[in-house]
Design a protein around this ligand. Structure first.
Ligand code: 8YV
Length: 324
């Protein structure tokens, strides 16, 4: 008998075909919205699941799913997983690192540039038919090249952004991370470690790329925003919960910082109306990894994690160790 797996959200047809050749697949291709009960009910019939960052796997869900052995997240972030609870329940957790690093860094940089150079705001202005003549200060924004880029969280994606900033745009790159990078890596990236407060004080553009866990909830709040230059921009491509959105909205409204570019939100897919009302923000719907090629690689890696685990007992990119 083939193991039964749940594909939580719609996926590339090729990947679904691959999964069907290995498993008895319960798929959600129509993209029905899961309620907490239907989610537990669907998962409880399965031995494995291909999940996304919005699908929770916690002690309550696990208690309803005694046959579950693996959840393969199609995301590098895994804050939807309670990994200790999964380990205790002997459920393997996997994610999709590496395959999305460069694509996500591209988007982080695009969002930084769009925010600093006021691209969304100026496009709305043009579409509204309000462009009547040239002016010296029409949508004059902040300089990107040669400015100071502050990166909070210096993992794979942070380093890829640093490389773009230092090598492509001649930026001075400063970063803050719990652990410092080896000197040779700092040299290669041309990045300098600074304390967290100095990062907020010195950067012209702050980019957030740290992984989310409850310990970094609201890492950027009123006091961090107060340290930033009034001309500075803030970009978040990590997780919404890292920023205190209410404090950010107040800072943007009062122009205590210049602008923000956000791909992630505290209550996504709901977006705080306070953000929607601002013109000094660029808002995108959690698409930093969204190119066809990269999403395909993420889906293939998640599928391979399931296939390898059920055929050979080992996954490609495990997050925990689970005894058989
Ligand atoms: C995903 C992400 O698109 O990989 C991550 O951690 O945030 C995005 O690439 C999203 O989590 C859907 O799974």
């Amino acid at each position: 008998m083939k193991p039964r797996i749940l594909v939580a959200r719609p996926i590339f047809p090729e990947i679904l075909d691959l999964l069907v050749s290995h498993f008895d697949v319960l798929s959600n291709q129509p993209d029905s919205v899961w309620t907490p009960e239907s989610w537990k009910q669907g998962l409880s019939q399965c031995h494995g699941a291909l999940t996304t960052g919005a699908d929770p796997i916690n002690a309550d869900v696990l208690a309803a799913c005694p046959n579950l052995r693996i959840c393969a997240n199609m995301a590098v972030g895994f804050n939807n997983f309670d990994v200790p609870a999964m380990t205790a329940a002997r459920v393997l957790a996997t994610n999709t690192p590496d395959v999305l690093t460069e694509t996500t860094a591209d988007f982080g940089f695009a969002l930084l540039m769009a925010t600093a150079r006021r691209m969304a705001e100026s496009e709305h202005f043009l579409r509204a038919g309000r462009w009547t003549q040239w002016r010296y200060d029409l949508f004059a924004g902040a300089e990107v090249h040669g400015s100071t880029l502050g990166i909070l969280g210096m993992g794979r994606i942070g380093q890829a952004i640093a490389r773009r900033g230092a090598h492509g745009f001649g930026m001075k790159v400063i970063y803050h991370n719990r652990s410092r990078l080896p000197q040779v890596t700092e040299g290669e990236l041309r990045a300098t470690w600074v304390g967290k407060e100095d990062l907020f004080r010195q950067a012209d553009h702050v980019v957030l790329v740290l992984p989310y866990s409850p310990s970094v909830h609201h890492t950027v709040g009123a006091s961090e925003l107060a340290l930033m230059k009034p001309s500075a921009t803030l970009v978040n491509i990590a997780r919404g919960g890292i920023v205190d959105e209410a404090a950010l909205i107040a800072a943007l409204r009062e122009r205590r910082i210049s602008a923000a570019g956000l791909d992630v939100f505290e209550g996504e897919p709901q977006v705080n109306p306070g953000l929607l009302a601002l013109d000094n923000v660029v808002l995108t719907p959690h698409i930093a990894s969204a190119t066809i090629a990269t999403r395909m690689k993420m889906a293939k890696l998640a599928a391979d994690n399931l296939i390898e685990f059920f055929s050979r007992g080992q996954a490609m990119t495990p997050l925990n160790e689970v005894s058989a």
